[in-house]
Design a protein around this ligand. Sequence first.
Ligand code: HEM
Ligand SMILES: *[C@@H]1O[C@H](CO)[C@@H](O)[C@H](O)[C@H]1NC(C)=O
Ligand SMILES: *[C@@H]1O[C@H](CO)[C@@H](O)[C@H](O)[C@H]1NC(C)=O
Ligand SMILES: *[C@@H]1O[C@H](CO)[C@@H](O)[C@H](O)[C@H]1NC(C)=O
Ligand SMILES: *[C@@H]1O[C@H](CO)[C@@H](O)[C@H](O)[C@H]1NC(C)=O
Ligand SMILES: *[C@@H]1O[C@H](CO)[C@@H](O)[C@H](O)[C@H]1NC(C)=O
Ligand SMILES: *[C@@H]1O[C@H](CO)[C@@H](O)[C@H](O)[C@H]1NC(C)=O
Ligand SMILES: *[C@@H]1O[C@H](CO)[C@@H](O)[C@H](O)[C@H]1NC(C)=O
Length: 610
Amino acid sequence: MCRKTLVLVLQLLPLVIPLSSAAYTWPSPQYDALEGLLFEGRRSDGSSLSDLVHPCRKRTGTLASVPAEWLRFAFHDMATHNVDDGTGGLDGSIVYELGRPENFGLGFNQTLNDFEAFPNKLVSRADVISIGAIMAVATCGGPVIPFRGGRIDAWAGGATGAPEPQFDLPTLTEMFRKQGFNQAEMIKLVACGHTMGGVRSSDFPQLVAPDPNSVYPVFDDFDTTMAFDNDVVTEYLDGSTKNILVVGTNQTMNSDLRVFEADGNSTMRSLGDATVFQSECQSILARMLDVVPKDVTLTDEITLLPAKVNAAQLTFEKNQLVFKSTFRLTQPTNATANANRNVTMLWCDKYGDNKNCAGKTNTALSVSKLAESPDVSPVTKNLGYSFLLYDFVVPINNAASISKFWFKVDEMDGSAATTYNNGGSGYPIDQDQVLFVPMLSHVDVVAVNTTSPQTYTNRYGQEFTRIYSLVAAVRDGVNPSRVYAEVSDVAVKDFPVAISSTIEFTQNSTSFPPQSGYTFYTSKMDDIGLQLTMDLHAVSGQSTYTQTFVQTLVLDNTPYVKPGAVSTVASSKSAAVRLVGGRSWEVWHALVLVAFGVVYLGESLLGWAL
Ligand code: HEM
Ligand SMILES: *[C@@H]1O[C@H](CO)[C@@H](O)[C@H](O)[C@H]1NC(C)=O
Ligand SMILES: *[C@@H]1O[C@H](CO)[C@@H](O)[C@H](O)[C@H]1NC(C)=O
Ligand SMILES: *[C@@H]1O[C@H](CO)[C@@H](O)[C@H](O)[C@H]1NC(C)=O
Ligand SMILES: *[C@@H]1O[C@H](CO)[C@@H](O)[C@H](O)[C@H]1NC(C)=O
Ligand SMILES: *[C@@H]1O[C@H](CO)[C@@H](O)[C@H](O)[C@H]1NC(C)=O
Ligand SMILES: *[C@@H]1O[C@H](CO)[C@@H](O)[C@H](O)[C@H]1NC(C)=O
Ligand SMILES: *[C@@H]1O[C@H](CO)[C@@H](O)[C@H](O)[C@H]1NC(C)=O
């Protein structure tokens, strides 16, 4: 009996908790940034990395396979690893290695351009390369490769190490050993890589004859489909392959043939099963992406968060202190979202009689909601989810301010509402002393003349630099001795430099008169990059107040959304217990599960009794 109950409860678990996110609590700036780029496919201003590759795109003009180029880019970046001394690996060094014979080809240069706007202080260029490879495989029907972040970028080229087709088998085997892969793994890596794309005449005219009547290269694909499937294997095994690295007339260049039959075809035969191919590629490519220099520690796997707080910001808009946030829920793509669902944000005052929801809790409904296309990222799409976004903009009384917030999702169908409260404690607003004010800030993108030392040439060949005018609000009473920001931008074309400096803010009551208990400070800076971020600080006596990882991507061009209506409700006892007692959503679910178990136990007892 007991055993039967246990089995029933265990079977329930995956149904009740659809996605797990282990010990995640908000805010986790790096996790949030990596999760966003991988699963939403874009950086925080909406610029999409995913759109460049998805759905399994060909490049305008050359008609090259973008996913193939991205996957090859990741392999060649990793290929400089030396397992003997722990140097090299997936560290972004490839951007300084493109002049080498082993990294020859337009595909590399185009991929470099694709990626240039996406790294920032928390998302390294090497993490972008990995995420790119994961998107590339997913969008062409391949497996979802687990992603861990935290790769650290190199700022110079490393050793050589990428294989070339004229190398003999012992040389190739030794190169892969140095990268950390044995013979069978080498075969799998090549088969999993060479299922997409092919050889192009512009790069290897000795293998693929150019078409004299076309300005574009001729592609000789490795197999008959563009998809991430095992055709490259089955066509090899059944002898129909046209893979030029197998059947080319110059045997010296048949590196795929040498690799594929290195163990008498036994690994290739195992990959002849489509399911085996997908799962073997999933694990070997995950290992490939995780080859990093020995002093780099990767994060745990970045998994899709079932509920996520995005773009949370306490700031001024049109002379009003406001709190803004977008609450993101996942929606299984095989089910219809409930149109009647009400999503409410609740929050506590930080000061005054209702401090920490002593008597009253503030509530507001979302001002807008958006059901996103499952195509924002091929990774999320392949997992079977899309996103529902609930936008909140609420006015904040400066005397009361805000200490924490959380959300309640009511399906309006009689079922109990679900509370999302960051594992019990609420989502914290840790300080209101220094706030970035995007709506008063602005950026001038200006062409510069040749006497200016810093220029940025965008992908259309135009020279630009960005001049930022930044505004911060400092709460009365702070009386800061210094207001400053540590600014960072690594998204510079071709990655020659990382911008990293400190800028000072000065009080500017002339242009921005004090209001609602805040005084305004301004600063100005030039940037040649594409994704400026900063940590904003106000120093007051022994204390320093900080807003971490402030993104300056969306400034005064923000579409203005009026704050919604606020109500207050008497703080409920259960809400207080949940918040004060720190019981998490997961714990409540576990309790519900136990209750379920008891019901099942009761039923089965009843069943047995009858
Ligand atoms: C023995 C080892 C390997 C050799 C000699 C080799 C060689 C080549 C060559 C000559 C090309 C044609 C490039 C061009 O025309 O621009 C190519 C393309 C490609 N390789 Fe490899 N490769 C090897 C291993 C791998 C591995 C391990 C991966 C990834 C896991 C990979 C991924 C790719 C992809 C995706 C393409 C297509 C690129 C495109 O269509 O733009 N290769 N490889
Ligand atoms: C790619 O960039 C490298 C480094 O800037 C350059 O040497 C090479 O000629 C470029 N290749 C192509 C095909 O444009
Ligand atoms: C075959 O390829 C090798 C390596 O690229 C080259 O040295 C050799 O000349 C080629 N042989 C023929 C017959 O083209
Ligand atoms: C491996 O398989 C290929 C394709 O069927 C065949 O041409 C080759 O001779 C085989 N090699 C060995 C060592 O069995
Ligand atoms: C949706 O997919 C999940 C997971 O594959 C499955 O368990 C569920 O039954 C599906 N729901 C519908 C309505 O098809
Ligand atoms: C649900 O939302 C609608 C507007 O979206 C609102 O009119 C209604 O009062 C809400 N109901 C509850 C119980 O919050
Ligand atoms: C070019 O820049 C320099 C330095 O900023 C400036 O003094 C000069 O007036 C500029 N010239 C033009 C033509 O804009
Ligand atoms: C105050 O801000 C305005 C607008 O950004 C700017 O033009 C002015 O130079 C600033 N004044 C000081 C003292 O920083």
